[in-house]
Design a protein around this ligand. Structure first.
Ligand code: BDR
Ligand code: CA
Length: 369
């Protein structure tokens, strides 16, 4: 499908109910793209954003998150910070992947909007209690905040509509160690705690195949198995820029927007952030482009038909010599334990990419001038 073709196949009329979304992120280049996608999506009610340490330290995450929201005129969204270290380990960040400040080569004005007075995990619990069964929590970061939230409120799985996780690697190699994915490997204790908290005690709702009185849906987990199929390439950036009404000659595809006066501010941000991310992938993954893990998870939270999932029991390795942080999936059910995750195994990448380009391109176009 050509990138400039309209693909708004989710009708969202004025009266349609929007999907209330809470995002937990460690912004991060691909996290920032997920935030843009959320703001650009008419069916998304962005309830709040909680910040986790991960790609950069938690204070820088909160700075980046607010700066991005301000860039697109959403300083009304509550942004909270929480614990600044993983549950049981020292924080490791990844400047080589996302740049020293987490947004590649991009420069954004310092954030002006205030940080929430609420602690991230308190915010998650309070919002879930305020709207029981309504909120979808999308995690794009280590699971530290969610683990603390479920420790405070063990009913959290029942209070949320669904948990959608970007994290783990279930049938694919890792991206941090040979078998581990970044978000889980930064705070494996938190991931284990969350996966166990959502282990079914029994359920009669879709997304769980265990009979019993307790109803909550299994989390959807998008691991590298599917997120590494979402490769954002220079041609995608050129298509998005064209949709936003700039660089009709495709010159933006090189990614260097900061020296092009008059470029749309969202396109400028994307070009400068993605140039860094694409250089990283070219060094480590041997293609000039970028995996956009986090926007795919966010898009899936809004439209689950983008992926096909399989229910599986997953545990997290905490004491391996080579494998700490590995998400061990019991595909053959040798443990005899009920599945606790719906792991994404197939994804409609072209549909997702076209939708990303259309929506974020239109968001940028609407903010021009
Ligand atoms: C995850 O790690 C982070 O670097 C990305 O933002 C994404 O959430 C992919 O492994
Ligand atoms: Ca992330």
């Amino acid at each position: 499908m050509p990138y400039d073709q309209a693909v708004s196949d989710i009708p969202v009329g004025r009266s349609a109910r929007r999907i209330p979304i809470l995002i937990d992120c460690d912004t991060g280049i691909d996290d920032s793209l997920a935030l843009l996608y959320a703001v650009a999506s008419p069916e998304c009610e962005l309830v709040a954003v909680t910040c986790s340490a991960g790609n950069v330290d938690a204070r820088q995450v909160a700075e980046n998150t607010r700066a991005i929201l301000e860039l697109v005129g959403r300083s009304d969204v509550e942004v909270a910070i929480g614990r600044e270290t993983p549950l049981a380990r020292a924080l490791v960040t990844t400047p080589e992947t996302h740049g020293p400040r987490g947004i590649g080569y991009a420069e954004l004005p310092p954030a002006r909007m205030p940080l929430s007075a609420r602690f991230s995990s308190d915010l998650i619990v309070e919002e879930a209690r305020r709207r029981p069964g309504e909120l979808t929590l999308v995690t794009l970061a280590p699971l530290t905040n969610v683990a603390l939230a479920v420790l405070r409120e063990p009913e959290l799985p029942r209070l949320l509509r669904r948990l959608v996780i970007m994290g783990g690697s279930y049938r694919s190699p890792g991206n941090t160690a040979p078998t581990t994915e970044w978000n889980v490997s930064v705070d494996p204790e938190a991931a284990k705690l969350v996966f166990e908290a959502w282990a079914p005690i029994g359920s009669a709702v879709a997304g769980s195949d265990v009979a019993g009185p307790v109803a909550f849906a299994r989390p959807i987990a998008l691991g590298l198995d599917v997120t590494e199929r979402a490769k954002f390439l220079p041609e995608h950036l050129a298509a998005l820029a064209a949709r936003a009404g700039c660089a009709p000659d495709g010159s933006i595809a090189g990614g260097a927007a900061s020296d092009m006066p008059g470029v749309n501010p969202v396109v400028r941000y994307l070009a400068d952030a993605l140039r860094f991310y694409m250089e990283f992938h070219s060094r480590y993954d041997h293609f000039y482009g970028a995996f956009i893990h986090d926007p795919l998870a966010l898009a899936t939270a809004l439209d689950q038909t983008l992926v096909r999932t399989e229910a599986v029991t997953v545990d997290v390795e905490l004491s391996g010599r080579l494998t700490t942080g590995e998400t061990v999936a019991d595909w053959r059910r040798v443990w005899g334990r009920p599945p606790n995750l719906d792991v994404a195994i197939e994804v409609e990448v072209a549909r997702f990419m076209a939708r990303f380009i259309e929506r974020v391109g239109d968001l940028a176009a609407g903010l021009a001038g």
